[in-house]
Design a protein around this ligand. Structure first.
Ligand SMILES: *Cc1c(COP(=O)(O)O)cnc(C)c1O
Length: 375
């Protein structure tokens, strides 16, 4: 096996299926009406899967609205996709960096009135008319202008005209719980904010839905949808079958197999007993690689069509699996154990680690050999 600066298959093999990713994008886009475009959220290095490989695939499929978290992510993305694509920075622009943002053709999301004023002042000083996005808080109470600030913005016609607002955004807090009453309340407030802004700036586009928001119904779609997680195979409709294709597979090499002949305790803290007669496999890959420690004694791996329990605590570089359920022949030929695949999904693994599939993906380590499948 060839050594690679980007990782070594002997440390584990992370397979990222770009065809499945592209299919997921097309699936989501097909769920939108003719008046809505499908954007793509590629923040945090495309949820850990590699924006440098992911973004060009989405661009190739016609995506022209990309969303990142920071200016740095936006600048790196700018080099990867065509200049006709819009890149929106979701967490705004640091004071003093407005023109850097504008010169990289990044669209900052402004979420306070002071930011809008600073943006307009910087654009006027530089005599450029660079577009921005504005975010209103429709109920999540995270980023976004308060109702009072939004009123003040609407009341300041000169500021509004100078700001060159291209998009009005808001974010749903409970989109993955379709029955949650906050969805309808946020929809109502966002729609009203959109109507009021459009009365002054008719060309402003509206964007509300994340992945799960797309599944809440057409009234949530507006002009641009912003799916992230569903592109990467996370179930946007928890509790119902996952309509998305799985995108990642992660396989850890087995580096030791051992037969247990007396009662023993496995791993740090001697937290879990194994009975005599058990077979264990030690795989390379631990919490430093994103096998979250919270999975210890709860999670599982996958081999020969079976779930194999994780025994004891997950270590930094290794994880122990109980492989007693395998036949002699299966055990002897066992060379690797998968910890993510089409059956053992990121959502299931997130559950074992008391977290969500998103954190499983963004925690994926950097020691693996990353293999990208295309067509
Ligand atoms: C991360 C993010 C998204 C994407 O959400 P998913 O649930 O991953 O689809 C959309 N909008 C904003 C503002 C975000 O921060």
């Amino acid at each position: 096996m060839e050594l690679d600066m980007k990782g070594d298959a002997r440390e584990g093999l992370l397979t990222i299926d770009l065809q499945a990713l592209g299919d997921n994008y097309c699936d989501l886009r097909a769920r939108l009406g003719a008046d809505s475009r499908c954007g793509a959220v590629v923040k945090a290095d495309a949820y850990g899967l590699g924006a440098a490989r992911v973004a060009p695939v989405l661009y190739g499929l016609g995506c022209r609205d990309f969303f990142v978290a920071t200016e740095g992510e936006g600048q790196r993305l700018r080099e990867l996709i065509g200049t006709d694509a819009r890149i929106v920075v979701l967490t705004g622009v640091r004071p003093g960096f407005e023109m850097e943002c504008a010169h990289s053709a990044l669209v900052p999301t402004l979420f306070t009135l002071a930011q809008v004023r600073a943006w307009v002042a910087a654009c006027e000083r530089a005599a450029v008319a660079a577009p921005c996005a504005v975010k209103v808080d429709s109920g999540m109470t995270r980023l976004g202008m308060t109702a009072e600030e939004f009123d003040q913005l609407l009341a300041d016609r000169a500021l509004l005209q100078a700001a060159n607002i291209e998009i009005l955004l808001s974010h749903l807090a409970c989109a993955d719980e379709p029955a949650h009453p906050q969805n309808a309340a946020q929809l109502r407030d966002f729609r009203r904010a959109g109507e009021r802004l459009r009365a002054e700036c008719p060309k402003v586009e509206l964007s509300l839905a994340n992945s799960s928001g797309i599944f809440l119904g057409p009234e949530y779609h507006f002009d641009i949808a912003r799916p992230g997680s569903a592109l990467y195979g996370i179930n946007p409709s928890p509790g119902a079958p996952n309509p998305m294709r799985p995108v990642v597979e992660l396989s850890l090499p087995v580096i030791q197999k051992r037969h247990v002949s007396d009662e023993r305790f496995v791993g740090y803290g001697a937290t879990q007993a194994v009975s005599p007669g058990s077979w264990l496999a030690v795989a390379r890959g631990g919490y430093a690689d994103g096998i979250l420690r919270a999975q210890g004694g709860r999670g599982c791996g996958w081999a020969c069509g079976r779930r194999l329990p994780i025994v004891g605590r997950v270590s930094m570089d290794s994880t122990v699996f109980d492989i007693s359920a395998l036949s002699d022949a299966e055990r002897e030929s066992l060379a690797s154990i998968q910890v993510l695949n089409a059956e053992l999904t990121v959502d299931e693994v997130g559950g074992y680690a008391n977290t969500i599939g998103y954190e499983i993906l963004t925690s994926l380590g950097h020691r693996y050999f990353r293999r990208y499948l295309e067509n």
